[in-house]
Every structure is written in structure tokens, then in C-alpha cells.
Design a protein around this ligand. Structure first.
Ligand code: PEP
Ligand code: MG
Length: 766
């Protein structure tokens, strides 16, 4: 140890200087590099590295190193607790090892080339309780570092903490700016952070979905095939599609028959097959003839001014691909073209999500959208992992490259190494096991001090009804009637609507069902309705506006609901996006007329449905007392309410940070709604995602909300949250939140939670 001539005081002095330098500088990377240089020099360590903790990916990332492979910067990543560096952060304690590789927690990162270094000393970098990163020194000589080094490195880390915290923020900022302005390089694309829009894990080859139909041209075919082979391939394709359809019917009973309708239509169309046969007879190779004719139809469809025909172009590409695969004798995928693949797409229609689910897609990464968008809601209903990542670079990754999606955290790993895959497989297994052992739900929900609360389910697809029943939902608080019809190519008839609604009511065996009338428009535009292309769809012909503009369609839906609900004890119908008393009265009038019609037609129906208003636009709040008096119940759709009150597009990931359900204006408006409902003696429920927020649910209880309707998978969690809080606590918490005029103040109270009596500091005015 004598050979080490280190001047620790000098080091601390220099670090102080460095601190000032970093603060003034914008080139963070360079300054981190100089820091590791300086520390390694003063401690005479051959290696000095800084790992920063990325709070979004929950990983430690090597950000600067002197002595390890410089290529490893940004590549060596580890979760908190993994390896000696991860252990340092987890335990917030230094680790000093005379021979690091003898420690069972040592983890070898091949990129770092650190095998030569035996002595290891690491200290956590922290600010208060905030974990910032880990500072590490290494040396090839065993037992090189001593107690003095530990103390010194700790002191350095303490001095660096503030600076490194800024550096970390700056780097994050750069990354965000970079994401918007430049496509990422292949190396940067190895890890992409997005928003978790539908939970789960997926691992599979990437398939970049575009609407250019280029995929068809890449599909191989058997050049030696004959015309007979072609007819056989067509026959085989038809049989496979039928099998596929049968399987889908179990998962999506309301839309199965529609998903492959275009495929069947084309297969049955003699012109399509005849054209191909004619080309084969004229000497064209079979695969070429299939592609040529398919291309012709694709162009026809794609050029159509009608969106539903444009969408058919994709179906035709899929069909031709299937025929080509059968020609080449390739085994047909059990599910579909996208079976077990990770689809990466710029944007998708809800109907496309349904098709992907039907085809067994493993997960979806979208380059645009928001987590409360309907595509995200639908993906959750389908149990399909979905991440929204504002990273167009993903759209250019090579087809077939393995991608791992951690849609619990919103992390995307492109071409992950086997360690990462293994970790995720273990976690996925644990998650599944935990899911099946989900905490047993009690049939009724009470707060800790015995206040009765109703927890119901939001249903988008019939396939969710069993899980809602299994988890003892006290009825359906919101059935989004539009979803089953998004994959159709025509508006359904009353009979078709009736059949779907009847299945739901039968499955609920008489228990409460709340039908929300059609909420199309916005981000849910069925192709056949020709309302696509509005300049501001969220402010356009949406929801009740559409229904009132098309009273014949509205009436038909209301009749189907009333007929289907004949045996439902508590049948509720609610109207989305009501912005005036007048709209509610018009809607109510249509229900009254439909009841009269059904009565005179002697068709069995429910004759006393409760009629509710969804509170989703701010104008409703100004007339809330009158709405509460006239309606039988209120249902607050917080997803839209936040969007319209704050003027923030719920679909746009770029403004996701401005979409704040905890905004003081939102909280105060909700209180006004809850008060009005109480005064009128009516129920006000919450059926938006806000009910899932563990910090905000106690607030909602505190302002008097007693019923919630949530994604069925979340029922146990919501019941657990309700049971954990007492009404007195919730009310005091709500009162504290309501006096805060700023987001910052609200955040402070939220952090203190409902169970703490006074979160404010003594300095605060009373
Ligand atoms: C809402 O807006 O909160 C709501 C429940 O309706 P949707 O999410 O379908 O718009
Ligand atoms: Mg809504």
C-alpha cells in the first residue's frame, strides 16, 4: 500500500472545483469523463467508473469510465440489486472487495472487459433518499483498497451527488430532445423507453407493420408450382381460415365472423382466382401470378376514397401471403401471419388491434398514441402488451430482429442478450403465478371503517365477462358498446346489436349492467361511418353528438339494449359526452319513444331502465345540479374529463406530462359533481382510469364517490385500496388536497398519503 501516494485533501479540493465546472457546462459526457479521470488519478486506481440510475428504466447505466472498455458506456446496464454495482445501490452501502470475483454477487459484463481487475470498491451516490448512482474504482492488484479509500470515495460521492443529479437530468433531457429530433442509431435503439399502455411481457421477432404492402413482395413462393398446386393452395387457405375463425370465436365472439370476411369474400370471388389461373395458363410462374393479381386488387382498394376499402387492402395482402405460403409448403401458423411476433407500428386503428389479437400477436409497440387512447384500452381488454414509444427509429429496425417488451415498465429491448431474456422469463412466470393466485375478492367492498362502496367492471369485449364475474364485480359499470362494431364493414342491424347485448346480459345473469350508448368518433372511427378526417376528431362529431345526428341509428341501439336487458334487474343506459341539459333531454326522449314502440310492438323489453349522464366535458359542471336532478345517475368519465378540462389530447404521448388527473381544477370540479349528486340523492360513479390511481382513489372516496367501475383485472387492487382507508382519513385527505391551488402543492399532499394527519411543514401558513 506504501506505493500509493494519494493526497485525499487535494482530491476533495479538486472535486469542489469540478463541481463548479460541471454546473456551468453543457457537455455532460465530457465532464463525467473528466471526473472519472481525476478520481482514478487521485486514488491511483486503474479503473474509475460512474453508473447513473435511470429512474424510468429502473436500471443502473454505465455513463463514464476510465480503464474499462469505453464502448461499454451506455451499454452496461443492470437492475438495482444485480452484480456488485447493483448491490451497492440496493443496499446504499459501500462494497470493498480484495478479489471481486470471489464475491457470489459479482456479475461479469463481457462488454466492460473488467476481468483483469481484482480489487473493487464501490460507493452509492445519493441525495437524501434519492438514489443517483454508483461510483466505482478497481485495480488489478488484489486487496488494493483500504478503509481510508472507502471514506474518501464516500466523501467524493457526497460532493459529486448534486452535480451528478443535474447531469442525470440533463442527460434525460437530451435523450428526450434527441428522440424528437433525430432518429436513434442502431446502438441506441437497443433500449427504448416508452409508456406502458397495456401490461405484460412479450418476446418475439419484430414485424414492422406498415400499410405499404411491401411484405407481400418479400414472401417466397414455389416457382415450380402448377395450376393444380395453386388451386390446392387456395383450398388449403380457405380451410385454414375457417379453423382460425372458429378459434377466434372463442376469444372474440362478437366480432369473429367479421375479422376474415374480406378474405372469404376474395376467395369466393371467381374473378380473383380466375385471373390468377389465366396468368398461369399464359406462362407466368404461379407465385408471380398470385402477387401480380393481388397487387392489382391492393392498388384498387388502396386508391379508394373510402377508408373501409383502404383497410381491405391489408386483408388482401394477408390473404395472398397465406396462399403463397401454402404454395411453398410452409407450415401455416396456427393463428395468423403475425403469430407470436412483436408488431411495431406507427399508429393503429382499434380494428387492427382486434385482428392482431385474433392472429396471436405477442405484443405491440406503437410510435404514437396515449395510454388512455382507445387503442390502449382495447389492448388491455385483450390482455395484449402494448407500449407507446415516441421513437420513429423503431419503425426502421430489421424485420425478424428479436424484441423484448416489458410493458409493465414501458421498456423495449431490441435484440436483448440472453441474460435479459432469462430475467424476464422468470419475472413473467412469477407474474402469471401471482395472477392466478390473485387475492381473493370479497363479494362486497367496504372501507376500513365500514362504509359501503361498489366496485364494478368496465367491459369492452364479451371475452372479459368471465373474469369480471370471477373477480366478483358488482355488475358492469360501463359497457363500451362501440368496440364490437369497430371491425365491421357496415353498421350493424338492430338484430345484430341485440344478439351481442343479450349475450352480455345473459352472462351477467340479471345483475346490474350499464350500457353506454355509442361513443364513436374521436379515436374510434369505424371505417364505414365516413367521419374520418375531421380536423379535430376529439372535438368533432363524437359520442352523443353522433347519435343525436343519426336518430335512426340511436333509436335502433336503444331498442336493442332495452330488448336485451329484459331480464336484467338493474338495467342502466348512459349517454357519453353530454354537454347540455338539452342533449340529455333529447336522448331521454328517444328512449321514451323506443319504450312506447316496443310496447306497441309487444316485444319483450325492460320497461324502467335508469338513465344516466356521463360527465366528460367541463360545460356539464356548470349545470351539474340540474343534470343531477334530471338524470337517474351520473358517471364521471375522467379519461375525457381530464382531456377536455385541461385541453390536453389524451391520445398524444408528447403532451402526456400535461395530462394530469391530479390537477387542482380537476379535483375541485370533481368535488362539485360529487356534491351535486349528493344534494340530488343520486349516485355519481367514476369509470375512468383515475379510479385506478392509488393516490387519487382515497380522494374520490373523500369527496363522496361510492362507486367505481374499472378494468376487471384491477378489481382486487381497487377493493384492496378501498379496504385500506377509512372514511375519516379519506375526507381529511380530500380536504387537504382541495385547498391546494397548485400541482406542486397537490403533489406534496399526495406524497404524504391519506394516512398521515398533517403533511404540511410547520412553516406553512395555517
Ligand atoms: C372516460 O372518458 O373516462 C370513459 C370512461 O370513457 P372512454 O374512456 O371510453 O372515453
Ligand atoms: Mg369517455
Amino acid at each position: 500500500m506504501q506505493d500509493k501516494d494519494r493526497d485525499h485533501l487535494d482530491l476533495l479540493y479538486n472535486i469542489g472545483e469540478l463541481t463548479a465546472l460541471i454546473r456551468e457546462s453543457t457537455d455532460v459526457g465530457n465532464l463525467l469523463a473528466r471526473t472519472v479521470d481525476m478520481v482514478s488519478q487521485h486514488l491511483q486506481a486503474e479503473v474509475c467508473s460512474i453508473y447513473l440510475y435511470d429512474e424510468t428504466s429502473l436500471e443502473l447505466v454505465l455513463k463514464a469510465t476510465k480503464g474499462l472498455n469505453p464502448e461499454a458506456v451506455d451499454k452496461v446496464r443492470m437492475a438495482c440489486g444485480i452484480g456488485l454495482v447493483g448491490a451497492t445501490l440496493e443496499e446504499m452501502q459501500p462494497i470493498c472487495e480484495g478479489d471481486a470475483q470471489c464475491n457470489p454477487r459479482f456479475k461479469y459484463f463481457p462488454e466492460a472487459c473488467e476481468e483483469a481487475f481484482r480489487s473493487f470498491l464501490s460507493v452509492p451516490i445519493q441525495r437524501g433518499v434519492v438514489r443517483i448512482g454508483v461510483l466505482v474504482v478497481q485495480h488489478s492488484q488484489p486487496n488494493y483498497f483500504d478503509e481510508t479509500d472507502v471514506r474518501t470515495l464516500r466523501a467524493i460521492a457526497a460532493q459529486l451527488a448534486g452535480v451528478l443529479e443535474n447531469a442525470r437530468l440533463l442527460m434525460n433531457l437530451r435523450r428526450l430532445e434527441g428522440e424528437q429530433d433525430h432518429p436513434m442509431t442502431a446502438a441506441e435503439l437497443r433500449f427504448v423507453k416508452g409508456l406502458a399502455a397495456s401490461p405484460g411481457f412479450a418476446h418475439g421477432p419484430a414485424v414492422v407493420f406498415d400499410r405499404s404492402h411491401a411484405r407481400l413482395l418479400e414472401t417466397a413462393g414455389e416457382a415450380q408450382a402448377t395450376e393444380d398446386d395453386f388451386h390446392r393452395a387456395v383450398q388449403q387457405t380457405a380451410e385454414q381460415l375457417e379453423q382460425l375463425q372458429e378459434r377466434i370465436a372463442e376469444r372474440l365472439p362478437e366480432s369473429a365472423s367479421l375479422i376474415f370476411s374480406a378474405h372469404f369474400m376474395m376467395l369466393k370471388d371467381a374473378q380473383f382466382t380466375d385471373r390468377i389461373a389465366a396468368m398461369i395458363q399464359a406462362g407466368t410462374a404461379v407465385p408471380e401470378a398470385v402477387k401480380e393479381v393481388a397487387r392489382h386488387y391492393i392498388e384498387l382498394f388502396a386508391a379508394s376514397p373510402h377508408q373501409y376499402l383502404q383497410e381491405k387492402a391489408k386483408d388482401l395482402e394477408d390473404l395472398a401471403g397465406r396462399i403463397l405460403k401454402n404454395l411453398a409448403g410452409q407450415p401455416w401458423e396456427e393463428h395468423g401471419f403475425y403469430d407470436r411476433q412483436v408488431v411495431i407500428a406507427p399508429a393503429l386503428y382499434p380494428s387492427e388491434i382486434l385482428k392482431f389479437a385474433a392472429e396471436g400477436v405477442a405484443g405491440i409497440v406503437l410510435a404514437s398514441g396515449g395510454v388512455t387512447s382507445h387503442v390502449a384500452i382495447l389492448a388491455r381488454s385483450l390482455g395484449m402488451p402494448l407500449i407507446i414509444a415516441n421513437q420513429p427509429g423503431l419503425l426502421s429496425i430489421p424485420q425478424g430482429l428479436p424484441v423484448l417488451m416489458d410493458a409493465e415498465l414501458g421498456n423495449i429491448y431490441v435484440d436483448p442478450d440472453s441474460d435479459i431474456v432469462h430475467t424476464f422469463e422468470m419475472r413473467n412466470h412469477a407474474r402469471r403465478t401471482a395472477e392466478t393466485h390473485a387475492e381473493a375478492m370479497l363479494p362486497e367492498t367496504y372501507t376500513r371503517d365500514g362504509e359501503r362502496v361498489y366496485v364494478r367492471a368496465n367491459i369492452n369485449l364479451l371475452s372479459e365477462v368471465p373474469i369480471a364475474s370471477e373477480l366478483k364485480a358488482e355488475g358492469i359499470g360501463l359497457y363500451r358498446t362501440e368496440f364490437p362494431f369497430l371491425v365491421r364493414s357496415t353498421y350493424p342491424s338492430e338484430e345484430e346489436e341485440y344478439r351481442v347485448y343479450k349475450r352480455l346480459c345473459d352472462a351477467m345473469a340479471g345483475r346490474l349492467v350499464t350500457f353506454r350508448t355509442l361513443d364513436i368518433g374521436g379515436d374510434k372511427v369505424p371505417a364505414y361511418l365516413e367521419i374520418a378526417g375531421e380536423p379535430n376528431p376529439q372535438l368533432g362529431l363524437r359520442s352523443i353528438r353522433f347519435s343525436l345526428r343519426h336518430p335512426e341509428l340511436f333509436r335502433q341501439q336503444v331498442r336493442a339494449i332495452l330488448r336485451a336487458g329484459v331480464d336484467t334487474l338493474d338495467l342502466r343506459i348512459m349517454f357519453p359526452m353530454i354537454s347540455s341539459l338539452d342533449e340529455f333531454r333529447q336522448a331521454r326522449k328517444i328512449v321514451a319513444e323506443s319504450l312506447d314502440e316496443l310496447k306497441s310492438e309487444r316485444l319483450p323489453h325492460h320497461s324502467t331502465p335508469s338513465l344516466g349522464v356521463m360527465i366528460e366535458v367541463p360545460s356539464a359542471v356548470e349545470i351539474i345540479d340540474e343534470l343531477a336532478q334530471e338524470a337517474d345517475f351520473l358517471a364521471i368519465g375522467t379519461n375525457d374529463f381530464v382531456q377536455y378540462l385541461l385541453g390536453v389530447d389524451r391520445m398524444n404521448e408528447r403532451v402526456a406530462d400535461a395530462y394530469r388527473p391530479e390537477h387542482p381544477s380537476v379535483l375541485r370540479a370533481l368535488k362539485r359533481i360529487a356534491d351535486a349528486a349528493r344534494r340530488a340523492g343520486k349516485e355519481a360513479s367514476i369509470c375512468g382510469e383515475m379510479a385506478l390511481d392509488r393516490d387519487l382513489l382515497p380522494f374520490l372516496l373523500g369527496i363522496g364517490i361510492r362507486s367505481f367501475s374499472v378494468d376487471p383485472h384491477q378489481l382486487p387492487a381497487v377493493q384492496g385500496l378501498v379496504r385500506a382507508v377509512s372514511l375519516a382519513e379519506a375526507e381529511a385527505y380530500a380536504a387537504r388536497l382541495l385547498i391546494e391551488p397548485t400541482l406542486e402543492g397537490v403533489q406534496r399532499v399526495l406524497q404524504s398519503g391519506p394516512n398521515r394527519s398533517n403533511p404540511k411543514s410547520l412553516d406553512d401558513p395555517p
